[in-house]
Design a protein around this ligand. Structure first.
Ligand code: PLP
Length: 418
């Protein structure tokens, strides 16, 4: 079970919404920092343990800076994400570049910045050589286990996934890297998304630990860092249970002793690239009810839409919804909760039991702290909204609303001869 709370009282939220307008995302910075520190604490047995926060989950400089100060690095897959991480003050050695289908420009810039390259394909060795003349001292390869693992719904079956080097290619990648002068070898994988079964993550550790052995046997190369990727799930539904970093860490530690320590393969540093598990539960989309409509079904029309949160419309993801001030009222009405796009899947909830809702009510859509604001788009000319962050000494604005001027900035008002 996971309790669905909101950090502000309904009076405080009402006053804040009246002053600053709706909709907006608000993040509990205090809880995010605690969460980050608890992950580092749980894995402190692994010297140098780090989580490269997946920037795509919540790409706001202020959040990245807060996480960096707590001890995290950043995982990026585009130039813009690399620049955000830099802007947040994160040093290059704490930035992982887990890109795929990478352009020459991205490789050039990532090499110039000195971040860790996590190569998605054998041929990327040649790309880096062509662009840079040599490989950097540290290199990581992304592994795709293919038939050896089953993926899950969001990430898909590994055999069908475009990511990573196959089992048959892996040893050769390291061999070539070594011949080309690489000194430190990392191994990465990402086979789960929103996974709530702790043992699945433990199995990923087992798979990587056995690869460390295999690669050593086959090539004499010692892997010095493993990256278990992201994918640790969060309890979107109140009846779900989240994963405990402590219990997960303990299971991984036991395996490490058995499969790495006892075989003299260590030390191998453990790392992750979790995004969702760090910020997901601590973000909320607050939106005001503009309409209560009674058609063939009853509809609640919000001032937020898919531009603010895509997950429900895009893949039917469940996001818990509460009505501010009616947390304890009986959920005896059934509504579709919608946005304003001319697109019928612009719904935050379908046939959801909620208390009776009136125009002007503030709805809190929970667990929007990861893959929420960041996925938003401008379809229908809908603009993305502000982000706020709660800290000990008050609430801070960390992104303003988009404006019409932002929306047309890239458009030429008159055609320009090309
Ligand atoms: C998306 C992604 C992550 C983060 O996933 P979460 O589910 O947010 O933990 C980490 N690494 C890579 C390579 C990704 O694509």
């Amino acid at each position: 079970m996971s309790e669905k709370n909101f950090p502000l009282s309904s009076e405080k939220l009402r006053a804040f919404a009246e002053k600053h307008g709706t909709p907006f995302h608000i993040y509990d910075g205090i809880a995010i920092e605690d969460r980050a520190k608890s992950m580092l604490d749980a894995f402190s047995w692994s010297a140098g343990f780090i989580n490269y926060f997946a920037v795509k989950a919540l790409p706001n400089i202020n959040i990245l800076r807060l996480l960096y100060r707590a001890g995290f690095g950043a995982d990026c897959s585009s130039l813009a994400e690399l620049y955000l991480a830099k802007e947040a003050g994160i040093p290059s050695e704490k930035i992982m570049f887990s890109s795929n289908d990478t352009s020459d420009d991205e490789f050039r810039e990532a090499i110039r910045m000195g971040v860790i390259l996590n190569l998605d394909d054998e041929s990327y060795i040649d790309d880096v050589l062509r662009l840079n003349g040599e490989l950097p001292e540290t290199i990581s390869f992304r592994y795709n286990p293919g038939r050896d693992r089953t993926g899950n719904a969001i990430i898909g079956n590994p055999v069908e996934a475009k990511y990573g080097v196959t089992h048959a290619q892996l040893a050769n990648c390291y061999k070539r890297a070594k011949e080309l002068g690489v000194k430190r070898f990392f191994l990465h994988t990402m086979v789960a998304s929103n996974e709530l079964n702790e043992d699945y993550i433990v199995e990923t550790a087992r798979m990587l630990f056995s690869l460390v052995d295999e690669i050593y046997q086959e090539t004499g190369i010692r892997i010095s860092q493993l990256d278990l990727g992201g994918g640790i799930g969060i309890p979107y539904r109140p009846e779900d249970n989240g994963i405990s970093f402590y219990s997960l860490s303990e299971k991984i530690r036991k395996l490490y002793e058995e499969m790495i320590d006892k075989k003299g393969l260590g030390p191998v540093r453990i790392s992750f690239e979790c995004g969702r598990a760090i910020t997901g539960p601590f973000g909320y989309l607050v939106s005001k009810v503009q309409h209560v409509e009674h058609k063939y079904r009853d509809y609640i029309g919000l001032d937020a839409c898919m531009a603010d949160l895509m997950r429900p419309g895009m893949y039917g993801a469940y996001h818990h919804i509460t009505v501010s001030g009616k947390e304890h009222a009986e959920a005896n009405h059934v509504y579709d909760v919608t946005g304003s796009l001319c697109e019928n899947n612009d719904k935050f909830a379908i046939q959801r039991a909620l208390p009776e809702i009136e125009r002007g009510d503030l709805l809190i859509i929970h667990d929007t702290g990861a893959h929420g604001h960041s996925m938003g788009f401008n379809y229908n000319g809908r603009l993305r909204h502000a982000e706020y962050m709660i800290l000990e000494d008050g609430i801070y604005k960390i992104r303003r609303d988009e404006s019409y001027e932002d929306y047309i900035r890239t458009m030429l008002k008159e055609p320009e001869k090309a």
